[in-house]
Each structure stands twice: as structure tokens, then as C-alpha cells.
Ligand binder design. Structure first.
Ligand SMILES: Cc1cc2nc3c(=O)[nH]c(=O)nc-3n(C[C@H](O)[C@H](O)[C@H](O)COP(=O)(O)O)c2cc1C
Length: 198
């Protein structure tokens, strides 16, 4: 699968088959993450790969209303906890670049996983202090996201279909709205493509 195909077929997967993820595939997706570009090549990212079901169950315990939506996390085969050390990245005009570095490496991992037939989901709604406590992550490290990894279940769960519909997950803005030509506000000539799927 080439990168354009991986981009096109990727979607968030929230229900996984019990089939375990092979060590080699995990290594491959971490390798894809490792090769990502970063601020001054400082590679501020760190990954905690969690496969122990008991630890995953603890990570999934909802803390507060927002994290309730991610109860499904308890059944996933692998959680990659994406961390960053802000001291190893930069800040420019008040923008902390560790978030960008982490985002790039995370999406490398996600697309590589897609190309290998694995499903993933970015998770931003989590309790950072709780995750850090469970995994022994040092105080100066930030947890940027959790990324679930596993073989997709044959059919998404009902709650997942509801969630997709509620979030309008397949909808994307048309290029004419988001990409400008030469200056802000001037649409590109051929920019009518939209993404609608599922
Ligand atoms: C930074 C980030 C945080 C997200 N957090 C959550 C989350 O906490 N729970 C969840 O179920 N999905 C989460 N998502 C998935 C989005 O809802 C999803 O990517 C979006 O609806 C588009 O759907 P698609 O990924 O299937 O294309 C997150 C995605 C990103 C990029």
C-alpha cells in the first residue's frame, strides 16, 4: 500500500479483533515513527508501548466526564502512549513545537500501521496525571496522546457507528475552503474535491 492509499483508507478504529499484533509489525510502526522529522532534529518523542491487558484496563478507567467516551479503550490489544520532552524541542513566537513534533511522529506511526493492515485511533481525552502515575512517566515529560493499535474488528461496534455519525468522522472540508492560492482567501483553481466516506 502506498502512502496516498494509506491516507485514503485510514479511519479511526475503536473496536478490534482479539488477534494479537505481531512484534515485527509493532517494530515496523515504531521505526516509521522514529524516522519522522522534528524541530532541529531533536527527536523529543518517547513511546510507551502497553500490551498488558491489566495495565490497559487501568489506562481506560474513566476519570471525569470527558474520558467517559473512551471506555472502549479497555479492550484494545495495544496502546502506544505518545510522550514528548518539551525541553528537547523548541518554542517560537510562543508556540511550543513539541506538540508538532509529536503529531508528526504519531501520524507516521498511524499511516505505517494502516499500510500493514492495522487499525489505530488517536486519543486526546485522557487524564495525563493518571496515565503518568500508572506508567511511571517522569514529571517533566508530557503525554501528548494515546494511540490504539490492533486488527480492526470485522464490524464496528454500535457505539462506534454512533460516534462516527455524531462526530461526522468521514466529512472533510472542501479544498476551496482550506487551501488558498498565492494569498489568503484566494481559492485554488481545482479545489472542489471533498472526502466523504463510510
Ligand atoms: C488529536 C486527536 C485526538 C482525538 N481524540 C479522540 C478521543 O479521545 N476519542 C476518540 O474516540 N477519538 C478521538 N480522535 C479521533 C477523531 O474523532 C477522528 O480522527 C475524527 O472524527 C475523524 O475521523 P477518522 O479518524 O475516522 O477519519 C482524536 C483524533 C485526534 C487527531
Amino acid at each position: 500500500m502506498d502512502v496516498m492509499e494509506a491516507i485514503a483508507v485510514r479511519r479511526s478504529v475503536r473496536k478490534y479483533s482479539p488477534q494479537p499484533v505481531e512484534d515485527e509489525k509493532l517494530e515496523q510502526i515504531l521505526e516509521a515513527a522514529r524516522l519522522a522529522p522534528s524541530w532541529a532534529n531533536r527527536q523529543c518523542w518517547r513511546f510507551v508501548v502497553v500490551r498488558d491487558p491489566q495495565t490497559i484496563a487501568r489506562l481506560a478507567q474513566p476519570r471525569g466526564l470527558v474520558t467517559q467516551v473512551n471506555r472502549w479503550l479497555k479492550d484494545v490489544p495495544v496502546v502506544v502512549v505518545l510522550c514528548a520532552d518539551p525541553r528537547r524541542s523548541g518554542t517560537r513566537h510562543g508556540q511550543p513545537y513539541y506538540m508538532l513534533d509529536a503529531g508528526i511522529t504519531g501520524e507516521h506511526l498511524v499511516l505505517a500501521a494502516t499500510a500493514l493492515g492495522l487499525g489505530t485511533c488517536w486519543i486526546g481525552a485522557f487524564d495525563e496525571a493518571a496515565i503518568k502515575g500508572i506508567l511511571g512517566i517522569p514529571a517533566h515529560i508530557r503525554v501528548v496522546a494515546l494511540i490504539t493499535v490492533g486488527y480492526p474488528a470485522e464490524r464496528p461496534a454500535l457505539y462506534e457507528r454512533v460516534m462516527r455519525a455524531a462526530a461526522g468522522s468521514a466529512r472533510r472540508q472542501p479544498l476551496s475552503k482550506i487551501a488558498y492560492c498565492e494569498r489568503w482567501g484566494k481559492p485554488m483553481a481545482s479545489s472542489e474535491r471533498t472526502r466523504e466516506q463510510g
